[in-house]
Design a binder for this molecule. Sequence first.
Ligand SMILES: Cc1ncc(COP(=O)(O)O)c(C=O)c1O
Length: 388
Amino acid sequence: MNVIERESHAVMQTYGRTPVEFVSGEGSWLTDSEGKRYLDCLTGLAVVSVGHANPAVASAVADQMATLVHVSNFFYTEPMVELAERLNRLSGLDRVFFANCGATANEAAIKLARRWGQRRRGTECHEVLSLLDSFHGRTLATLAATGQETKQAVFRPLPPGFSQVPRGDIEALEARVGPGTAAVMIETTQGEGGVVPLDTAYLAEVRRLCDEREVLLIVDDVQTGVGRTGSWFSWQQLGFEPDIATTAKALANGLPLGVAMAREDVATAFEKGDHATTFGGGPVVCRAALAVLDEIEGRDLLTNTTERSQQFRDELTSLDGVTEVRGRGLLLAAVLETDRASEVAARCLDEGLVVNAVQPDAIRFAPPLTISPDEVTTAVSRLGAALR
Ligand SMILES: Cc1ncc(COP(=O)(O)O)c(C=O)c1O
């Protein structure tokens, strides 16, 4: 039996996988078990931002693996503290909680908002408002925050204290914020919802509303953070600041790491014993993340992200069959004339291009931030061939 058949017997069938087995990667490229090479414009869902088998990340991880892997949060390790300091400097926020992925970073953010709400106004103040078509994770609380009925339906009852309003509609949000509201949680660009950027004017209104009603603003930067949109964190190019923010995916270039970050007066709502996780802030993933941040800084990848984003837009819009390109930085969707994105994504794979159908009519591009101008042109021409 091959790997695909073995998986079908041995693994819980929660994923609709594409029948390709990857065996290695280098930079923007992946190789499958038959030796075919693919240009990776998905990076494991906006994760491998500094490229596959990145030598700087590999050597930091190998060095830490051979030195000290795990001691638990009963003790101190320097990589964790250094990464927290570095993230605070880059985000403008003040303290970090280390989690293991996007969902657990968001769980920490939600628990922190509840703790803050309780202290401000009592136990009734715990509600988290989010947006329809949002995606915040698959744990029960983050699923309750996720504005997608299809994902929630079979897992009801979900934890109480969550509700959603339509994106872009400030009156709807204003009408829902009450004394029981602890926080509003948003993605600045809804990734899983179809790569839909929220308007800067709307984001400014959300910030104003949160200030007026003394409610926290949580930015879920799990998909959009760590350089993906061309700034270290997505809000930094959009003219506002959150009270709490989370990020994960790209932070350790493929190793599992998520963080919740908060302003000092919010972060200190957590007391010792309020929240914990065994693996959080382990030295190996933190060394990986420090190497990722060094790569982004040292290779000026924020500039490359902005320049390659413009190149993608220019080249994609000239393709027959593409009606619109939306998104920010290197999180883009090519909107097609027809609802055949799944079929087009499958054809792209035949052409040696990894992308995904993020909506029935939209193909998502989330290439490494290291992608070169020639690779962008290759990606677009492979999409063109797939469309033809
Ligand atoms: C915006 C956003 N939040 C949270 C998550 C959940 O992250 P994870 O799958 O690491 O739990 C995702 C994953 O796609 C995401 O895009």
